[in-house]
Write a protein that binds this ligand. Sequence first.
Ligand code: ADP
Length: 881
Amino acid sequence: MSGLFDRWRGSHAAEPATELPQSVGLQVWLDDQGQVLRLSGPLRTVLAVPSQARPRVHDYLYRHSWLVLEGVPADWQGQALDLDFHTVHGQALHTRGWLQRQAVGWLLQLFDIGDLLRQGDRQAQWLTVRQLAADMGQAVRGCSEEWLAQTTAEQLQGLAEHWHAGSVRLLLADESGWRSYACSEGDWPWADDERLQPWLQALPPRFHQVQPDSAQWRASCAGLPLLLLPYSHGHATQAWLLFAGARLPPAPEAAQALLQALLEPLLARLRQYQLQQRSRHLDELQQQLGAGWWEWPVQGPLHFDPALAASLGLPCEVSIEQWLSRLHPADREAAHMALEQLRDGVALSLSLRLHEADSVATPRWLHWVGQRHGRQARGFLLDISALKAQELQAGAARARLENLIASSPAVIYIQRYADGALHSEFFSASLAPMLGWPKDSELSRQPGQAVHPDDRLIWLERTRTLLREGQVRSRYRLRDHLGGYHWVLDEARLLRDDLGQPVEVVGLWLDVSEATEAAERVRQSEERYRVLVEDSPAMICRYTPDLQLLFGNRPLAEQLECAPEQLIEMNLGQWMSDSQRLAFVQRLAALTPQQPLSSAEVCLQLPGRRHAWWVWAERGLFDEHGQLLEVQAVGRDNTQVRHSQQQLLQGAKMATLGELATGLVHEINQPLNVMRLAVANTLKRLQSGEADIEYLTGKLQRIDAQVERTARLVEHLRTYGRRSEVERQAFAAWVAVDGAVALLAEGLRGKGLALQIEEPDLCPEVLGHEDQLEQVLINLMVNARDALLERQVANPRIRVTQHIEPGQLCLLVEDNAGGIDPRLLERLFEPFFTTKPAGVGTGLGLSVSHAIVEAMGGRLEVVNGTEGACFRVLLPVYSTN
Ligand code: ADP
């Protein structure tokens, strides 16, 4: 009774009404027309009182109940009447009752059947739930593997509709956490489960272990109100169902029933699927590994995994004899014994070879393991051919390496890294002949102790560099067992493990004592050579074919007025005129590997614009193609000698002028006499008054011609007496002949000597100094004059001619004085050789002439002709090509 009242007081949703309702009733007293006379019973208090003054029973009822009460009360007898009354609470009061005739009127006896009806509803709902659960279970069980997720999503869609939820999502756990497995249609605010993860992880642990019936949570994720339903099996939550937009929480029992119906088969299928996959993977793995199981019931035949049997070329079931015959003869006995022992319970582990028909083929290796379990022995066979092949290769490689190490002249060593230090662990056999350290001696454990005291810093740096950079190359001295030191070249490399940690050092020592000492000797000899070069008074240098200096010693630097270090920025050509540089480069171009030497006197304009002459000897260095790489040169400053020569030349020139003085006086007197005579005659005519204009003009012209002649002579003497130019010039050789004749002709004629000059048609040019060649010709003509005057021959004459030969020209000066004593011919060009009396001859004329002609690149020769001496001046013809 109290439950009923409670319900009508508004707490009807609090708990399920599992007991049958107690009809306590409502009694409605009616008249024959159905008007209500009176109400009684506890339910009357909840009825809404109609507005009519004398209400009929209909006025208390919902309209649909009027259908039940058709006509008057007398018509309603004998049947159950289901009537819904208006109540003060606004909800219908469902009643069932009967009409009973009374003494006066009728009594409608009614009972509250609301609970009965609700229970019926609930049963209907349960039926729906059960049907839905059965459908879901069937769908998930029945679908194929690939449709499982899709089918689950469809079931979630059914659930969403059933529960009037916006969308439903199923989360399953995998290694990385909760993950959406399927989802009904509908919008979710997140694309994946990333944002859900931290939220799910943050759920208090107890939620993961709550009993299913009471486990529902409301939450909000990304602003969306969520309802969560866990599915637990045992103590662990295995799945979460997420509802978005669910208006009412689903009834827990129904929810759990549906969850179970969906998830039990789904999880079972997923587990099964996983198992199948694993087994498939295992099979694949076994096939890849060439592995497989075998079984043996201790007696009788062996059974093999079909795939393994196929790979062995055996049936799945083989007798022990068949199996043994499949093995390599060398392994059969061991296999047989292992089987015997297996029967006694000893575990089997054996590496075997298969018997191949082709004996040359690489044998196939199997690892055979197994154990007895009760009446059965079981195990597996693994193909280890690849491993064995690698093992063999590694063994062979190791043997080769060991052989190499043993025969190496270098000491190969290994140092192990431990606690930040290196500890020697191995030395190859060549340690004994090299250093003679006994094995396990202190030195071989701590080689640092054998390092020469002066090299200890090198040794420490070597270890530091090795640990820092992973490799090092160094050179130091090690003490041998007799106390002597050896220079060793140490090449070491640090090996690291996978994590980059140092493991060990592999290195080698090469005895480089001899090489080091040889290098030291070379260094010392180079040092001596360097000192020699540096201290040499001669200029020593190296330069490229385009005259760029590569090296120059101090004397050269002093000449060029710079520091030796600055020389390598300089080019030798910068101190030469264009023609000098051209000549220099041309001389270098003429060098060949066969004729690598050349020497010359070169002229340079050094800083301060003074001229310098260097006597220069060069050697060209060539590459394998004969290309000139560089030039090494030694030079000596010849400027002083040159100056002396010039002075000598000048002196000789002056001496010649002195010699010519008599002739020159005559040469100047002659025009003076002509002029004096002309002046005297003119004066005479003027005094006698016979001087007409024509006469006077003639005389003055004669005087003018004589003045001109004298001026030319004086000018010629001036240029002749001047010092020679430094640079050689190109000039016509015959001009020098003309010059000499101009100075000498009058004097010779005065002494009765004939001068025969044959003017040439062509006047080729030569390179040199015109005044010097003129001096040569004067010397030759003066000597001829002296010989002719001394010998007093009849018809004395001097003949000067020019001949042109290929590439050169020849000036001939001949006389008819009878020639030179052949015994004197050899000494003729010596300085100070003269046959003339003291005070007359200097003995320098021919030696100076010889030097001049040679400086011009020519030759001065003498022969005795039929009538007298014949001097030949041979000069190279100058051409600009
Ligand atoms: P110098 O004329 O002062 O003696 P040179 O060197 O000019 O010196 O000549 C050397 C010598 O050569 C002369 O002393 C002379 O004996 C000889 N000699 C030179 N030219 C002739 C010549 N044309 N005929 C004969 N002897 C000559």
